[in-house]
Write a protein that binds this ligand. Structure first.
Ligand code: GLU
Length: 419
């Protein structure tokens, strides 16, 4: 179904922004497609002695504002169009938080859950053997994303070191702290998202400290959102969480630290004591103040959008809401903090990591949080004010975020003489 093709969705979102901005045709068409992409074939020796060939991609969507930047996903359902869409969203993401980077993304079609650590290491190194020629601090800087970890970043950085003959820590971010990683990178996506929820509550007149919340998806971003929501907002009640194996609900509230521990110990949130079961679909429809979609794309669609009851949807995942759902949510009064704004904290601290790696001098966690807070607060308010400026067109926050970002990227292309 083409409405579900993330790249078609990303292009449709851009088209709307281009028309509102009155973007010239050359700029618009240039922004509709990636600047470059590399398809790679990755032969990897598996533990049973056989060689398996994996398909991988690296897409450099737009680097007018600086080197391309974006994560690498390991996922069995990865497609080049998903990677293209994610690379486009990275372009808008780095622009909305106003960091001097472009947008890129990588992906490998694989099922990391069924692979050993040794197989994952060989796959990760093989990927860098292939894409090493087009990445680097000043060209394109990868990072973690779905099912990729600091350990995987460390292997990739090390492989690059063997290729180039010198350490270049800043060629990849999300690394472990002893290898040039930054304080605060681990929880940055969730932290940045909670900062935007704080700003949204202030704008909407909601008492942030007494908000109920639910989290769909309990990977890195979801787990940290569970604890940081209460820590940053000064309170709140977590009523439900889910992951790919199921979900749990409690009207009385779940203890965020205990549920994270249960997930880390058992591999899932399912079976957490004192809760009732809830499906991923039903979790999205709970009557909560804040919903965090923190899993994968296309979970809120034309089919279920009218059942969403949350006041705020803070999209920690990339692409969770389809354009049709966006319109329904907007008409219903659900305030969506769009993905490339809500989850921009990750790449913002990745940028801080590149800066620290470049001068080989590292900041403490408080400095990282403070600088992240400044970036996210300004980005949220830039978008909110853009929405107010275009009030007569009745636009939602996603379109407003596009207007902010597309304008910035278009300006950079013009100044360079590309358009
Ligand atoms: N993968 C994350 C994202 O989608 C982080 C990218 C980065 O740190 O470069 O924003």
């Amino acid at each position: 179904m083409s409405e579900m093709n993330p790249f078609k969705i990303a292009q449709a979102q851009l088209d709307e922004a281009a028309s509102i901005l009155g973007l010239d045709e050359g700029t618009h068409q240039t922004l509709r497609r990636p600047m470059r992409e590399l398809w790679v074939n990755l032969p990897v020796r598996m533990d049973d002695g056989n060689v398996k060939s994996f398909q991988g991609f690296r897409v450099q969507y737009n680097d007018a504002r600086g080197p391309t930047k974006g994560g690498i996903r390991f996922h069995p359902d990865e497609t080049v169009d998903t990677v293209r869409a994610l690379a486009a969203w990275m372009t808008w993401k780095t622009a909305v938080v106003d960091i001097p980077l472009g947008g890129g993304k990588g992906g490998i079609i694989c099922d990391p859950k069924s692979m050993s650590q040794g197989e994952l290491e060989r796959l990760s190194r093989q990927y860098i053997r292939q894409v090493g020629r087009i990445v680097g601090l000043e060209k394109d800087c990868p990072a973690p994303d779905v099912y990729t970890t600091p350990q995987i970043m460390a292997w990739m950085m090390d492989e690059y070191y063997w290729q180039k003959g010198h350490n270049e820590f800043g060629m990849i971010t999300g690394k472990p702290i002893p290898l040039g990683g930054s304080q605060g990178r681990g929880d940055a996506t969730a932290r940045g998202g909670v900062y935007t929820v704080r700003e949204a509550c202030a704008r909407l007149g909601i008492d942030a400290s007494s908000t109920s919340y639910a989290i769909q998806g309990f990977g890195n971003a979801g787990q940290f959102a569970a604890t940081l929501h209460r820590e940053i907002l000064g309170g709140g009640k977590l009523v439900a969480v889910s992951d790919s194996r199921g979900g749990v609900y409690s009207a009385d509230g779940l203890d965020p630290d205990a549920i994270v521990k249960h997930k880390l110990d058992s591999g899932s949130v399912a079976g957490f004591p004192g809760t009732t079961e809830i499906s991923n679909e039903k979790l999205l429809e709970l009557d909560v103040d804040v919903l965090y979609p923190a899993a994968l794309e296309n979970v809120i669609t034309g089919d279920n959008a009218s059942a969403i009851q949350a006041k705020i949807s803070c999209e920690l995942a990339n692409g969770p809401t389809t354009p049709e759902a966006d319109r329904i949510l907007h008409d219903k009064g659900v305030f969506v903090i769009p993905d490339f704004l809500a989850n921009a904290g990750g790449v913002t601290v990745s940028y801080f990591e590149m800066v620290q790696d470049s001068y080989n001098y590292f900041w403490d966690a408080e400095t990282v949080y403070e600088r992240l807070n400044q970036k996210m607060t300004k980005a949220f308010n830039d978008v909110f004010e853009m929405r107010e400026r275009y009030e007569s067109k009745n636009i939602h926050m996603r379109t407003a975020a596009y207007l902010v970002s597309v304008q910035r990227v278009a300006e950079a292309m013009k100044l360079r003489g590309w358009t």
